[in-house]
Ligand binder design. Structure first.
Ligand code: ZN
Length: 153
């Protein structure tokens, strides 16, 4: 759950948010809007484990998704952790969040149905030899260079 509005066709019997997202909702709307949201839905405010948080941070670096905020990371980590145990749907209109969710195998959809969401696929090109590389960490398999350029497919 990443935004304060829930599309009506979604089963929102249980909603999880992180303390970071709670702060974000309150600062984006108001305390009273948030209170209404909490009274309408069964909202649990909880944090992911340090393990899940580190896992997401590492993955965002590996795929070169550097623009994610602390709330973004927190909600991805929590969604991933819950998805290990039960059916989970992460709601976000943020491209970066959706991209990492897809990579981590977390089901994800946008909140705003009318907004066209395109998930970005990245790959990297070795600056030295031009080889195509999947992840921007380590060395080029072909020439051992460690500097890469990001490309969108
Ligand atoms: Zn190379």
């Amino acid at each position: 759950m990443h935004r304060s509005s829930i599309p009506p066709d979604i089963d929102a019997s249980r909603i999880y948010i992180t303390p970071e997202v709670e702060d974000e909702i309150i600062s984006m709307t108001s305390e009273s809007v948030y209170t209404v949201f909490r009274s309408k839905f069964n909202v649990s405010v909880t944090s992911a484990s340090p393990y899940a948080t580190d896992l997401i941070k590492t993955k965002t670096r590996t795929v070169g998704e550097y623009k994610l905020s602390t709330p973004d990371i927190s909600v991805l980590a929590l969604a991933w952790e819950i998805s290990q145990e039960e059916e989970t749907l992460l709601l976000s209109d943020d491209y970066g969040v959706r991209n990492i969710a897809r990579i981590m195998g977390v089901r994800c959809r946008g909140v705003n149905k009318h907004k066209h969401i395109r998930v970005r696929n990245y790959y990297f090109i070795c600056k030295a030899c031009g080889a195509k590389i999947r992840e921007a960490e380590g060395e080029c398999d072909t020439c051992g260079s460690q500097s890469f350029l990001r490309r969108y497919s």
